[in-house]
Design a protein around this ligand. Structure first.
Ligand SMILES: *[C@@H]1O[C@H](CO)[C@@H](O)[C@H](O)[C@H]1NC(C)=O
Ligand SMILES: *[C@@H]1O[C@H](CO)[C@@H](O)[C@H](O)[C@H]1NC(C)=O
Ligand SMILES: *[C@@H]1O[C@H](CO)[C@@H](O)[C@H](O)[C@H]1NC(C)=O
Ligand SMILES: *[C@@H]1O[C@H](CO)[C@@H](O)[C@H](O)[C@H]1NC(C)=O
Ligand SMILES: *[C@@H]1O[C@H](CO)[C@@H](O)[C@H](O)[C@H]1NC(C)=O
Ligand SMILES: *[C@@H]1O[C@H](CO)[C@@H](O)[C@H](O)[C@H]1NC(C)=O
Ligand SMILES: *[C@@H]1O[C@H](CO)[C@@H](O)[C@H](O)[C@H]1NC(C)=O
Ligand SMILES: *[C@@H]1O[C@H](CO)[C@@H](O)[C@H](O)[C@H]1NC(C)=O
Ligand SMILES: *[C@@H]1O[C@H](CO)[C@@H](O)[C@H](O)[C@H]1NC(C)=O
Ligand SMILES: *[C@@H]1O[C@H](CO)[C@@H](O)[C@H](O)[C@H]1NC(C)=O
Length: 798
């Protein structure tokens, strides 16, 4: 073994290199202080501010916590084993009648229980670009958690943001653009919490890959080494919106950030989240993500799940640490206050169902069955499914279908999976969309060596893992088609099995259904970075085989993340392509309305589709090799240049750009108007103002207003997502800073308007440690995608 000299380690740190100074491929580094990325200490933990909209809840919490003994306060900061199927429950304070909290997964709806809905996934919400819809989905979904007695919904996901193309959890998040992600996360937090349920915004922070997300044996978890500018302008940005919306909880992540575990990282928790963003709620660990004792409490952690070895059963070691003088009692009181205040803030002290009411264990007798579903959810489920479909190719009037005489349907993804696992059997029903329904994905949760990322046993409405749940039903594409062809007197041929099916070339259209599956715990490449060629080859050959014999081949992909299409997209017989994402339980019903023109498609891509992997800046996850063997490192050396920011910077033409999506009509853009508000303070630094939830409140002052006219010049009514991009001087060519989804009747014109805040126009200055407005000319564009920008103007600041 080669031991590094102190001098070379030092020079490497000084140069902020990523290990390039010396050839260390076969060197095993024995200390992570060698690496680029060291997290600075930030102490102490800011106590809960209890200001603005939180002051009433804070005062009530303070009063209740004041009645608790130190032991009782410590008791509610740790998880307990429970007889319910809640993902976790906190300790309680029986003496004061405080029952504790039930925390449960999450993203697609309430997990591990029956009689709930399967909602569209995060990526589908992102593709809808619809703030009202994101809010309604969250309100309805949150209502199901409340009805079942769940206090904390363990979502939404805004990290991973989507830095790494193959990351297994990107589909749980909304978009790899921080603005789009942040805006829709804001609405999601608002909706769930207005239903009376605390949101736990996750995973804080840098959880951009699944490989090595947790330590194993002698290898530590991957360290996300993120510079101060990129963390502010990309990765922290959507958390800031979620905190601004009033999020009552944030979940710290499995990985390390700058070589310090997220859940004991004082810079991230004390510095960024609690001091800079003025976070009023509590920080909970991801399940099993605690790797320190008292040090974690001092670094800002408030609650450990599902139980804590180091704080001890009932948090006993916190009490001992206070009594022996190594932990301030005020920290434990603050932890308890933050937890109780969130409970008051969502009104859970009044009229909330009994904890775990609808979350009884499998074989409890009598089992309490609680229906979480509400009639008001129906239109939201359907619209949610409809609006996240993105039509990207449509030639020869392939779509909408017009009463075809003969329709052929191919592909494993057209039908419902052969088994619909029920909650509780085997104890892991919530992985339904991942492992039970798709046994072709072997080895389960902790295995990382799998290349097959196609769910060949049926359509997917969700990705796999803790974000999935057991939906009430699955409307599969083929089920919904059967109903439609009955109305139209169409004849239907199908083959869901063969990779080279017999094709009747007199078919009016051939629909080919394929998917790209992804799941928590597993990046979409093998352990040693080999590409999951099967994901492409199996499905691509199916498309090509059908296209060889069908001149009107329409491809539908249910994709849990990025899916490239260049093996066949230019084939002359491939006439249409829909990225159908992960629509939730109304999948088929929604798709058929789009295929037949009952509704016009209105989704837009929340990410860029490249022509080839090699065009993508960060395609692969980091792997523990050579000098990284014990301390896997992931240097975010690209800074803010991911997705379209990078395609623009390098002038690479994508297959389909960020923000792109077609519909059945055409739109024209006109009348761009840009005005700098006369009362706007354009001072260099944000005017001194109170730190409220989300940070210095003047960051949200509106400085510039923009409006434009969009006219429907085509043949049918449809909705358009008008997008606004800003060129912040010295930054990426353009960055999304506004979007507005509007229904536009045929022939009508609609005015879309956008408000640009100080934050929207600022850049993070690492020296001043502040958002800074530049005295400069800013370019502003409005249009239909990140590359279809017919309206351009400028605004001069300063
Ligand atoms: C991470 O480490 C790098 C290099 O030491 C440093 O420049 C950067 O500010 C750190 N990031 C954060 C968010 O503190
Ligand atoms: C701590 O919480 C547990 C679990 O809810 C409860 O049984 C116990 O009585 C609590 N301890 C105290 C001291 O209140
Ligand atoms: C304190 O932590 C140690 C080490 O994890 C554990 O063995 C012990 O039971 C804890 N003590 C209490 C009182 O919780
Ligand atoms: C105080 O108690 C904590 C928790 O049990 C322990 O980790 C620490 O070593 C103790 N410190 C002293 C100075 O006894
Ligand atoms: C799922 O598909 C695989 C591969 O085609 C097959 O071996 C397996 O039997 C299928 N499972 C079910 C439940 O149909
Ligand atoms: C498909 O077309 C090829 C020629 O392009 C032909 O040889 C083959 O028989 C056709 N296959 C089917 C199943 O129709
Ligand atoms: C397109 O489909 C027709 C059958 O309708 C077939 O004859 C032709 O060869 C196909 N074109 C290509 C390029 O495969
Ligand atoms: C990317 O390009 C390489 C080299 O040309 C090619 O082998 C590969 O199939 C391409 N991948 C896709 C998805 O088109
Ligand atoms: C990790 O430990 C195993 C034995 O448990 C050993 O074989 C392996 O070489 C170690 N890895 C490194 C990088 O030291
Ligand atoms: C400026 O005026 C607009 C109304 O035109 C108002 O909405 C906005 O809050 C004002 N901004 C500030 C910083 O006072």
């Amino acid at each position: 073994m080669f031991f590094l000299s102190i001098a070379s380690a030092f020079s490497c740190l000084v140069l902020a290199c990523s290990g390039a100074v010396i050839d260390t491929r076969d060197t095993v580094i024995t200390s992570d202080t060698f690496f680029y990325g060291q997290s600075p200490p930030v102490y102490p933990t800011p106590p809960m501010p209890g200001v603005g909209p939180w002051s009433a809840a804070y005062n009530k919490a303070k009063a209740l916590v004041a009645q608790m003994t130190l032991e009782e306060q410590a008791n509610i900061t740790v998880g307990y084993a429970s007889t319910s199927v809640c993902s976790g429950v906190t300790g309680s304070v029986p003496r004061l009648g405080w029952d504790g909290l039930c925390l449960s997964d999450a993203g697609n709806g309430l997990r591990s229980t029956e009689l709930v809905n399967g909602w569209p996934s995060g990526i589908h919400v992102g593709a809808s670009w619809n703030k009202d819809l994101a809010y309604s989905r969250a309100l309805q979904m949150g209502g199901e958690f409340k009805t079942k007695g769940v206090h904390v919904a363990l979502g939404p996901v805004v990290g991973p943001l989507g830095r790494v193309a193959v990351s297994g959890r990107n589909w749980e998040g909304i978009s790899n653009d921080p603005y789009l992600c942040g805006q829709l996360a804001y609405e999601t937090v608002r909706g769930i919490q207005e239903a009376g349920v605390i949101t736990s915004v996750k995973h804080f922070i840098g959880n951009e890959q699944e490989t090595n997300r947790s330590p194993s044996k002698n290898v530590s978890a991957v360290s996300a080494n993120i510079d101060d500018k990129a963390i502010h302008e990309l990765y922290l940005w959507p958390f800031q919106d979620a905190v601004h919306a009033g999020a009552g909880c944030v979940m710290c992540s499995y990985n390390r950030v700058n070589n310090s575990y997220s859940c004991q990282n004082s810079k991230m928790q004390n510095g960024l989240l609690k001091a800079e963003l003025g976070f009023e709620g509590f920080i909970v660990t991801d399940w099993g993500a605690q790797h320190a004792g008292i040090a974690g409490a001092e670094a800002g952690l408030d609650l450990v799940m599902p139980s804590s070895a180091t704080w001890g059963v009932s948090g006993g070691n916190l009490t001992i640490a206070v009594n022996n003088g190594s932990l301030a009692e005020s920290r434990v009181t603050d932890m308890a206050t933050r937890i109780i205040a969130a409970w008051y803030q969502m009104g859970q002290d009044e009229g909330f169902p009994d904890a775990d009411l609808g979350m009884s264990e499998a074989y409890t007798t009598p089992k309490k069955v609680v229906n979480g579903r509400k009639a008001a959810s129906k239109p939201v489920l359907l619209n949610g499914a409809l609006e996240g479909h993105v039509l990207v190719k449509n030639v020869n009037n392939a779509l909408p279908l017009k009463k075809p005489q003969l329709l052929s349907v191919f592909g494993y993804d057209a039908v419902a999976p052969p088994t619909m696992d029920v909650p509780f059997t085997g104890g892991s029903s919530s992985w339904i969309m991942g492992y039970e329904a798709y046994p072709n994905i072997p080895n389960g949760y902790t295995s990382f060596g799998i290349a097959d990322q196609v769910a060949r046993n049926g359509t997917i409405i969700s990705g796999g893992g803790s974000g999935a749940n057991a939906p009430a039903y699955i409307s599969a594409p083929f089920d919904a088609l059967q109903n439609q062809i009955y109305e139209d007197d169409t004849s239907l041929y199908w083959d869901f099995v063969s990779a080279n099916p017999a094709v009747d070339s007199s078919s009016d259209a051939c629909l080919v259904f394929i998917n790209a599956f992804a799941t928590e715990g597993l990046d979409r490449v093998g352990l040693h970075g080999e590409l999951s060629s099967f994901e492409y080859d199996f499905s691509d050959s199916l498309v090509l085989n059908v296209a060889a014999n069908c001149s009107n081949t329409i491809v539908i992909i249910h994709n849990a993340g990025l899916r490239l299409v260049d093996q066949w997209i230019d084939h002359p017989n491939v006439t249409a392509l829909i990225f159908a994402h992960l629509p939730g339980q109304d999948s088929g019903r929604a798709l058929v309305q789009l295929l037949y023109g009952v509704q016009s498609p209105s989704g837009k891509l929340p990410y860029t589709v490249a022509k080839n992997e090699s065009d993508i800046n960060v395609y692969m996850q980091s792997l523990p090799e050579g000098q990284y063997a014990l301390f896997p490192q992931s240097d975010y050396s690209e800074g803010v240049y991911i997705d379209y920011r990078d395609f623009d910077a390098k002038n690479i033409t994508p297959r389909y750009e960020f923000g792109f999506g077609l519909t059945y009509t055409t739109f024209e853009y006109s009348n761009l108007a840009i005005s700098l508000l006369p009362n706007a303070s354009t001072s260099f630094l944000p005017p001194t103002s109170a730190v409220l939830e989300g940070g210095v409140s003047s960051l949200w002052d509106v400085l510039v207003k923009v409006s434009a006219t969009v006219t429907n010049t085509g043949t049918v009514a449809a909705a358009e997502v008008a997008q606004l991009y800003v060129g912040i001087p010295n930054g990426p060519v353009k960055q999304l800073r506004g979007f507005s989804k509007v229904d536009i009747p045929l022939g009508a014109s609609v005015t879309v308007s956008f408000e640009l805040t100080r934050r929207d126009l600022s850049e993070w200055d690492v020296v001043l440690q502040s958002w800074v407005l530049q005295q400069a000319t800013y370019n502003i564009w409005v249009g239909a995608s990140s590359r279809i920008l017919p309206l351009a103007g400028t605004v001069v600041i300063g």
